[in-house]
Design a protein around this ligand. Structure first.
Ligand code: ASP
Ligand code: MG
Length: 411
């Protein structure tokens, strides 16, 4: 008997119609003799009564209220969702039991609002599975060692599902959502974007980090660490979805050592602030060291850092603009700041060490007359910083350049 984790996102449990579809998926797994653990997100999106954002909107002066209190509030969203879905599962005659994250054994640190899972104590869940009960677990939450309720960061129900999958040695963690799987590009930009049949942890991690809002990066991190097979699939269709698992299927990222087909997916991030900073002439020694230490002390995380002997370019998220400007001004640096930037990235494990990939990226930009303002790369990514107005054009051009609209076997 295999253990299967089924995680259902907010849109999948939004209303009774949808929850009845969810209940059929749970029932189907149970009928095929799997041991099932269900993990749920809060119901719906902002505006729906018990969605995470709706709950947060209830309190005034959000920034002033302690993070621990906010966690108490939003953790109710997943608990409500679990209790309601459990009632729908009982309607099908299934034996279920609702558990909060803490009751399910999810132990975290005390970084309220963005807690990390320290360990999962699986005994309660194992006991329920052994007696044929389906645990319905509130996602996105845990408890500290001393019993205080925490949440795992926005989108954290994915993390709960994969962490439970790791602790229970599940055969698969199914992330049920409202799209068919992970796409070669954002379908709002590229209508003929395809669903990727399989990708490896590195690729999904990079896609998630570089803008694709498909699965929580920390869920991928845990998946990679413990070798959990993850599948992203639609609640509302029979499509096979996207497998994320090195070695689980037949994926061979090296099968296409051909630069034209070396890219797996394209992603974008909007609204970045770009800074171009030069040091004051009185501070030529160690200027970059002082600059980045000061930014770090002010909790500014910088990205796309291109350092030259006499200047540095970097980006920060828009909410860090004023603290970054204040820091630079106080230290006497000269700088320019641009608020109309976006970054577009190509991701593929096959990029590593393959000549010709960056040439093709440049070809796509040249043919579309797109100026590149900065770039960065890793063994599986190439990122371009562009003017915001070129973002969509660049994503489409790269999608064509790397033939991502064509069905390609990677096995
Ligand atoms: N409900 C939480 C959120 O909106 C967690 C999740 O949906 O995964 O961030
Ligand atoms: Mg989500």
């Amino acid at each position: 008997m295999a253990i299967v984790i089924q995680k259902f996102g907010g849109t999948s449990v939004r209303d009774l119609n949808r929850r009845e579809i969810v209940a059929r998926w749970v029932n189907k797994a149970k009928q095929s003799k799997d041991q099932v653990v269900v993990v749920v997100s809060a119901m719906g999106r902002r505006g729906d009564a018990y969605a995470t954002d709706t709950l947060l909107d209830l309190i005034s002066g959000k920034e002033r209220s302690p993070a621990e209190e906010r966690d108490l509030l939003v953790s109710c969203g997943e608990i409500i969702s679990a209790v309601v879905l459990a009632s729908n599962l009982r309607d099908l005659g299934l034996k279920v039991r609702v558990l909060s994250g803490g009751q399910a054994g999810v132990i975290t640190d005390d970084n309220f609002g963005d807690a990390r899972i320290l360990e999962v104590e699986p005994t309660v869940l194992e006991g329920l599975l052994a007696e044929g009960t389906i645990p319905v677990v509130a996602g996105f939450q845990g408890r500290t060692v001393d019993g205080r309720i925490t949440t795992l960061g926005r989108g954290g129900s994915d993390t709960t599902a994969v962490a439970l999958g790791a602790a229970l040695h599940a055969a698969v963690v199914d992330i049920f959502t409202d799209v068919d799987g992970i796409k070669t590009a954002d379908p709002r930009i590229v209508p003929d974007a395809r669903t990727i049949a399989e990708l490896d942890y590195e690729e999904i991690f990079q896609l998630a980090n570089l803008g694709a809002r498909v699965i929580h990066p920390r869920a991928v991190e845990i998946g990679r660490q413990f070798g959990v097979a993850i599948r992203v699939r639609s609640t509302f269709s029979e499509s096979t979805g996207t497998w994320i698992a090195s070695g689980h299927g037949t994926l061979d990222p090296w099968a296409h050592r051909d630069p034209d087909h070396s890219v797996t997916g394209i992603t974008q991030l909007d609204h970045l602030m770009q800074f171009n900073v030069t040091p004051p002439s009185s501070m030529l020694k160690d200027w970059a060291y002082h600059l980045f230490m000061a930014l770090g002390e002010n909790k500014v995380s910088v990205d796309l850092i291109n350092l030259f002997p006499d200047r540095v370019y970097f980006c920060v998220p828009p909410e860090k603009t004023s603290i970054t400007k204040d820091t630079l001004e106080n230290m006497g640096y000269t700088f320019e700041a641009y608020d109309d930037r976006a970054k577009v990235s190509v991701v593929g494990s096959a990029i590593q060490g393959l000549p010709g990939v960056i040439g093709r990226v440049m070809a796509a930009m040249a043919q579309s007359n797109i100026d590149i303002l900065q770039s960065a790369d890793s063994h599986s990514t190439i990122t371009l910083l562009l003017h915001r107005h070129n973002m969509e054009k660049a994503v489409s051009a790269l999608h064509r350049q790397f033939h991502l609209d064509e069905e390609v076997s990677r096995t």
